[in-house]
Design a protein around this ligand. Structure first.
Ligand code: ADP
Ligand code: MG
Length: 677
């Protein structure tokens, strides 16, 4: 029996409609917050309405038209006429809305050919009825519930009734409440459901933001405080300086000024005392690995152990291939531990880690398993940190002695957001890219140009020694709530993508001519590991011209010879994901291209095309991140979800960044002054 059936006027039919709108408990109703309010104290003449206005007016219906899938209602008052549009629930509406009837209408004025309100909130009026009143809440679109004034009023009534019987448990102590100047939560919520003025709404919202942010900020402040009192110091010593010099001499390049700056910040923090906890974010290909490597040398060079966790075997193996010789140059021993490591080798590695003779451990999730123990792990690095859950990262930390931590992230985000989201971390940003990067040209390719594209790829590969990544999305449906597919995640079942992969292989192979050495291969989750490694190695050596894959070609994989990329089903990826994929190219000297192939027959919806054009127009990862944020909201960020900041109901991570920072400072001050802390 649903809790809601106890509420006045809620019968089986209503209950079903509420359920369809996702409202099944008292809590749901209480926290079902109006998205705006209609000011019904004043009636606006139609002639004075402007785009963007929150309009409230009375009118008569002149005509009703029903073009396919729509209902267009023309209305007028003494001053002018106006258009109302509905895109669903047509039958109920045509029964109610017909020429001659008098209405009150409320909603936001948009421009669409002419001025219009789509899905207005409306009420049938008697000829002499005065509809003016106070502020009326407008609730979020709610499934089958029609957008009528009566429905919003009913939701308001139910919310108020729910408020009076819902048992609030206040997580804040009375002391915290009075210090923060907060009323009981129920009072603030009551205002949101039935305000007398917009100023009152502002104040109530501010309180509710404080309420939801405070515990998170306090937790962060607490964690910061604890870290200040922990962790071994790693100042520069003759030994670490010699090790660093040896590694620098072995590197095939000199660090950029940006890399030096960030490295300096990290090593200073490692030497300063207190447990370092940093997030290094920078675009794909910005050279985070070298910074990670040299900061690791500070710790490993002092005789302690370092672990670097990577999300995939491919990436872990690549790090090992690169780093092992450089570290060896400094006399630092390095091992690779992944799911593919043979048991005997694994046991040997584990023994050396446990006794401390192995200084740097690179690996995948295998590093987290129970058998792995360290003698003196002091520094944990996590590459592509968003690919790991909080618990997974914590597992590695627990294997260490108050280890310092550095997360690497290739999802650049605007600085204000980084600070509100990662307020408990030191955020380090790598802006510039290493020299010699070729800009990637990105093009949208209409499906009828596919043959042309294929012959271009073949010619580039055969005459210019360029190589091709051909990316096929998994068919995993997009999650409508967040707009994300989990297509970029590793693991999981890729079986759905196999037909599309095979199809692409066939098309690519067919582009070759008889007797030509034109090699096309595919990797996906069903290709056995040894075979996959063989293919990837051959691709790296330039022996394979085109590699078809899902996003198995991981973020971070570095093949300088591959500077052509084709993405099928680009609409299934967020622009930030596309950016990461595109970042595979442009690492060599040849011109790099990224082609977004339009699906045959269906084409792209306008909105998708616009988004992809925006993506094609820039290579600035920070700009692209902002595009993504605007579309999906900051709460969709992995960091937000993991930190608890994704579930915020009242706070907007971007808009309220300053508030979050201020609260962080208040939380620190609170801890300083409270005797228990
Ligand atoms: P990401 O930030 O995506 O992890 P990487 O660390 O993999 O980037 O670096 C991308 C490429 O740039 C690698 O091939 C690396 O060797 C190269 N690279 C890094 N730093 C420099 C530099 N200072 N000068 C020249 N090349 C560099
Ligand atoms: Mg990387």
């Amino acid at each position: 029996m649903s809790e809601l059936s106890r509420l006045t006027g809620v019968g089986p039919k209503r209950l079903k409609a509420l359920e369809a709108a996702g409202l099944t408990t008292l809590r749901d109703l209480v926290y079902h917050i109006p998205r705006r309010y209609v000011d019904r104290t004043r009636i606006t003449p139609i002639a004075t309405l402007r785009e963007g206005d929150d309009a409230f007016f009375t009118c008569h219906i002149d005509s009703v038209q029903t073009p396919p899938g729509r209902l267009i209602v023309r209305v007028s008052d003494d001053t002018g006429s106006f258009e109302l549009a509905f895109f669903r629930a047509a039958r109920f509406l045509t029964e109610q809305l017909y020429p001659g009837r008098r209405l009150s209408v409320a909603g936001q004025v948009k421009r669409f050919r002419s001025l219009q309100i789509a899905h207005p909130e409306w009420e049938i009026l008697r000829e002499d009825q005065d509809p003016r009143g106070g502020l009326l809440p407008v609730y979020p679109l709610t499934g089958e519930l029609a957008e009528t004034r009566a429905e919003h009023k009913l939701l308001q009534k139910l919310a108020l009734e729910a408020l009076s019987s819902f048992q609030f448990s206040d997580p804040l102590s009375p002391a915290e409440r009075s210090r923060l100047g907060l009323r009981p939560e129920v009072e603030a919520l009551k205002i949101l459901h039935a305000p007398e003025s917009l100023a009152e709404v502002e104040a109530a919202l501010a309180e509710l933001k404080l309420r939801e942010l405070w515990p998170l900020c306090l937790k962060r402040a607490q964690a910061r405080r604890e870290r200040r009192a922990r962790g071994r110091r790693f100042p520069a010593t003759p030994e670490t300086s010699a090790a660093e010099a040896a590694v620098r001499a072995a590197l095939p390049f000199a660090l950029t000024a940006g890399q030096e700056e960030v490295l300096e910040e990290i090593t200073t923090a490692l030497g300063a005392g207190g447990q370092f906890f940093g997030l290094l974010h920078g675009d794909v290909g910005s050279g985070k690995t070298a910074v990670a490597l040299l900061s690791a040398v500070r710790v490993a060079g002092a005789g302690a152990q370092v672990a670097l966790l990577a999300p995939t075997e491919v990436l872990a193996a690549q790090h090992y291939r690169n780093m092992e010789p450089w570290l060896r140059a400094a006399g630092i021993s390095t091992g690779l531990l992944t799911g593919d490591t043979p048991p005997a080798e694994r046991r040997a590695l584990e023994a050396r880690l446990a006794e401390g003779s192995l200084r740097v451990a690179l690996g995948t999730h295998a590093l987290l398993s129970q058998g792995v123990a360290f003698a003196d792990l002091r520094f944990v690095l996590v590459d592509e940190q968003h690919r790991f859950g909080v618990e997974q990262r914590a597992l590695l930390t627990q294997k260490g002695n108050e280890p310092h931590t550095l997360y690497l992230s290739a999802t650049p985000i605007p600085r204000t957001l980084a600070q509100s989201l990662y307020g408990d971390l030191d955020v380090l940003t790598l802006k510039e890219k290493p020299p010699g990067r070729v800009p990637v040209k990105t093009r949208l390719v209409p499906s009828h140009k596919q043959a042309e594209l294929l012959s271009f790829l073949r010619a580039e590969a055969l005459t210019n020694h360029n190589q091709v990544y051909w990316v096929v999305p998994r068919i995993t449906p997009l999650d409508p709530a967040s707009g994300r597919g989990d297509d970029i995640d590793s693991g999981g079942d890729e079986a759905d993508a196999i037909p599309a992969i095979e199809n692409a292989v066939k098309r690519l192979r067919a582009a070759g001519r008889a007797g030509e050495n034109w090699t096309v291969e595919a990797v996906h989750g069903r290709v056995p590991a040894p075979e996959r490694d063989r293919i990837l190695a051959a691709f790296r050596r330039g022996e394979i011209h085109a590699l078809v894959a899902t996003t198995v070609i991981e973020v971070g994989v570095d093949v300088p010879g591959a500077n052509l990329m084709v993405v099928e089903g680009a609409d299934r990826f967020g622009v930030a994901q596309l950016h990461q994929l595109r970042g595979r190219t442009g690492r060599g000297s040849a011109q790099a291209w990224c082609f977004l192939l339009e699906p045959a027959a269906i084409g792209w919806p306008d909105e998708t095309e616009e988004r992809l054009r925006g993506f094609a127009s820039t290579e600035d990862g920070f700009k692209i991140a902002e595009m993504d944020l605007l579309r999906r909201g900051a709460g969709s960020l992995d960091g937000a979800r993991q930190s608890g900041f994704g579930a915020l109901r009242f706070t907007d991570l971007l808009a309220d960044a300053d508030l979050i920072r201020d609260l962080g400072a208040r939380a620190e001050a609170w801890l300083e002054s409270s005797p228990a802390g």
